[in-house]
Write a protein that binds this ligand. Structure first.
Ligand SMILES: NC(=O)c1ccc[n+]([C@@H]2O[C@H](COP(=O)([O-])OP(=O)(O)OC[C@H]3O[C@@H](n4cnc5c(N)ncnc54)[C@H](O)[C@@H]3O)[C@@H](O)[C@H]2O)c1
Ligand SMILES: O=c1ccn([C@@H]2O[C@H](COP(=O)(O)OP(=O)(O)O[C@H]3OC[C@@H](O)[C@H](O)[C@H]3O)[C@@H](O)[C@H]2O)c(=O)[nH]1
Length: 387
């Protein structure tokens, strides 16, 4: 299988070693799975946790045993980091605090995690002439130009004012007291630093801007495999509400728009970047699905319908409730109004396009959520509160 794999230019793909930082997270777990099952590459998997990749590490009889090695470490303070980067041909950095509930409540941790902690990774790659694929975010675009136009302006219909292009769109954040933007701003600065390392010191880099990748293993279900008071990203929030048969909370009316892409489609794009360095180096790529746009309210309605189908349970009489962002996220929250990725660069360089519709990706994801969590939730809800 492995020997006959070709890159986009018809050249055989040589096996490489990848140092993957944050490999134990949502995206990392899917990327490790893909690399183990479909490629001959080796992975040095670095993270503080490994629960989401346990199934790839044990038992020793797995077909890829020996090709994936877990190193439990915190990149904030671990002298093994440079050695591991040196052992690999390519470093992929996924490590970050990346849940919006943290951006305004833990802004220092957010800025340190997304900027300061990533600095040594960039430095070690640059100094040792190692290629880097760094995970940034669609949040670097901030708000659209459209959101500043008068409500009745005909320009609002013009995609030039809302479609987000890597090499054209400005990055528009709120004021400093809107601490929501601490994450986007830290990600923007690390992008600029990586770009400058490329320009001044010849670092070979690729920057990925994910647009709401969703699927199994994303975040946690509060009170089951994460803290009861924790607030994950919207897929896990709404899954939790559906599993507990409680109304889905729509922040500020659920009017914000998002495009969601299935994690398995997005991972195909990352694999193309890994295996086609000549086409990926020096580029910043939007990775999303422009065809899967919904408001958060529409997402809630669709998830409710899909969950009813996959669980066989009846729908709630009150499926959603409105909640203010101040109540839900606290002071300093702000929001991106709309996120449609322009696909020109990734189409041209890698010929990649997403395939899965929103309904289909929710069906497979909510089937997973139901199978994984429904029993545990029932048990936890049946327990008397005093015990
Ligand atoms: N999922 C998305 O849609 C999305 C969207 C935009 C950007 N991103 C970016 O993609 C990357 C991965 O996101 P994800 O959704 O998989 O998040 P995730 O939280 O599931 O994964 C991040 C992983 O990094 C690890 N990590 C964090 N700090 C670390 C440290 N100091 N040392 C070692 N490990 C550390 C965490 O333990 C976690 O396993 C992040 O950089 C995020 O900003 C993701
Ligand atoms: O229970 C909820 C949770 C979330 N929401 C809303 O749903 C929308 C999406 O929220 P998410 O938590 O998924 O996060 P966002 O899309 O705002 O940001 C994400 O985007 C890209 C990445 O960098 C990060 O993973 C994260 O910052 C927001 O408008 C939020 O206010 C609800 O209405 N109810």
């Amino acid at each position: 299988m492995a020997a006959s794999r070709m890159d986009l230019d018809g050249r055989p793909i040589k096996p490489i070693t990848i140092c993957m930082i944050g490999a134990g997270g949502f995206i990392g777990s899917h990327l490790c799975e893909k690399l183990m099952s479909e490629t001959p590459h080796k992975v040095l998997a670095l993270d503080v946790y490994n629960d989401k990749i346990k199934h790839l590490l044990e038992p020793d009889s797995l077909p890829w045993a020996g090709r994936i090695q877990f190193h439990r470490l915190n990149i904030k303070h671990d002298s093994r980091l440079e050695g591991l980067i040196k052992m690999a041909d390519l470093t992929i950095n996924l490590a970050a605090i990346c849940t919006p509930a943290d951006y305004n409540t833990r802004p220092l941790d957010t800025i340190y995690s997304n900027f300061i902690d990533a600095l040594p990774v960039v430095k070690y790659c640059s100094e040792n002439n190692k290629r880097l694929i760094h995970f940034s975010t669609c949040e670097v675009y901030g708000k659209t130009i459209q959101s500043f136009l008068p409500k009745d302006s005909p320009l609002r219909q013009d995609p030039a004012y809302y479609v987000l292009k890597e090499d054209v769109s400005p990055c528009i954040f709120g004021s400093i007291e809107k601490q929501r933007w601490s994450y986007a701003c830290a990600k923007q600065l690390i992008e600029r630093l990586i770009y400058a390392e490329g320009a001044e010191n010849g670092l070979e880099f690729t920057i990925v801007r994910p647009f709401n990748w969703i699927g199994p293993r994303m975040d946690f279900i509060p009170g089951i495999d994460g803290p009861s008071e924790g607030v994950p990203r919207v897929l896990a929030c709404f899954s939790n509400n559906l599993l507990r048969r409680e109304p889905l909370k729509l922040v500020d009316g659920g009017q914000s728009q998002r495009t969601f892409v299935y994690i398995k489609d997005a991972i195909e794009a990352v694999l193309l970047m890994i295996e086609n360095p000549g086409r990926a180096n020096g580029h910043i790529f939007n990775v999303g699905n422009p065809n899967n746009e919904v408001t958060v309210r529409q997402l809630a309605e669709m998830m409710t319908k899909v969950y009813t189908k996959v669980s066989g349970e009846s729908a709630l009489e009150t499926p959603t409730i409105d909640v203010s962002s101040k109540e839900f996220y606290g002071e300093g929250y702000d929001d991106s109004d709309k996120r449609i990725p322009d696909m020109t660069i990734i189409n041209k360089q890698l010929g990649w396009n997403p395939k899965t519709s929103l309904w289909d990706l929710l069906e497979s994801t909510l089937t997973y959520q139901h199978r994984t969590y429904a029993e545990a939730i029932k048990k936890s809800m049946a327990k008397p509160t005093s015990s």
